[in-house]
Design a binder for this molecule. Structure first.
Ligand SMILES: NC(=O)c1ccc[n+]([C@@H]2O[C@H](COP(=O)([O-])OP(=O)(O)OC[C@H]3O[C@@H](n4cnc5c(N)ncnc54)[C@H](OP(=O)(O)O)[C@@H]3O)[C@@H](O)[C@H]2O)c1
Length: 231
């Protein structure tokens, strides 16, 4: 049975990843801020799969190491999905401040801490895939509308980290995907998003399946459609 660890699996894209992978018979370790409040996650049909739910706060740099003490065994897919967009850091004027520090902790530092804590378990697995949930808004070339200082900056920095990880983990057979899910109808994406969570997640899972044993995909920034995005 393949095993995925997914952060932010209680709602939005993370919840749908858990749903679709359980449906395929995977073992899911779901890492969420408040396990008691994760009612939709708990209600997912497990079928032939397996679901464990663990407490995890991406804003706490020690949380990944604590998670690695309770999530044991090989991890085929390590999915750093949890993310945030702080309204305070959107507009020029007073963007620099505590909210931006929080955004960098959650969007940038936490995914790296997760990989550092779980790299041996990923290397021991069959698939050896790490997925970083980035955003097209982290593309410097595609920034034609400005603003979103904390979100754009934290995702651009995540992309740089993902590229370094792909180089450093290559010899261990690990493929690192840097992903843009599309503009998706979630709490973050809002009701005008162009994709449903089901469409986005099935596209992302296709990319992840292609990445298995395919090192040429490592360290690339992918739109959910499969196209490369510019840095
Ligand atoms: N939706 C889009 O159009 C879009 C586009 C590009 C990229 N993305 C990226 O996709 C990922 C998922 O976004 P989404 O659209 O599913 O957003 P969402 O519905 O707002 O879900 C965000 C998830 O991240 C979790 N999270 C936030 N801060 C956390 C923390 N400190 N510790 C643990 N978990 C935390 C949330 O948990 P709580 O419930 O505890 O807050 C929730 O599970 C994010 O990385 C986002 O940047 C989304």
């Amino acid at each position: 049975m393949h095993h995925a660890l997914i952060t932010g699996a209680n709602r939005g894209l993370g919840l749908e990843h858990a749903r679709q992978l359980l449906d395929r018979g995977w073992h899911i370790s779901a890492a969420v801020r408040d396990p008691d409040a994760a009612t939709e996650l708990r209600a997912l049909p497990v079928g032939t799969g397996k679901l464990d739910i663990h407490a995890y706060d991406a804003a706490d740099p020690e949380s990944a190491e604590a998670l690695a003490k309770v999530v044991t065994g090989p991890v085929d897919l390590l999915f750093a999905n949890a993310g945030m967009m702080a309204p305070e850091t959107r507009k020029f004027g007073r963007a620099a401040g505590a909210a931006m520090v929080e955004e960098f902790k959650v969007n940038t530092i936490a995914p790296l801490a997760l990989v550092e804590a779980f790299v041996d378990q990923v290397a021991q697995s069959e698939m050896k895939v790490i997925a970083l949930q980035s955003s097209r808004m982290g593309s410097i070339r595609e920034n034609g509308s400005g603003a979103a200082y904390g979100y754009r900056g934290s995702k651009a920095a995540l992309n740089a980290i993902g590229k370094s990880l792909s180089v450093d983990l290559k010899d261990r057979g690990i493929v690192v995907l840097i992903l843009h899910p599309g503009w998706v109808k979630t709490d973050m994406g809002g009701p005008n998003g162009q994709l449903t969570v089901q469409e986005s997640v099935s596209g992302q899972l296709d990319l992840i399946a292609r990445a298995y044993g395919n090192p040429v995909m490592s360290g690339r920034f992918y739109h959910v459609s499969g196209q490369d995005l510019p840095w």
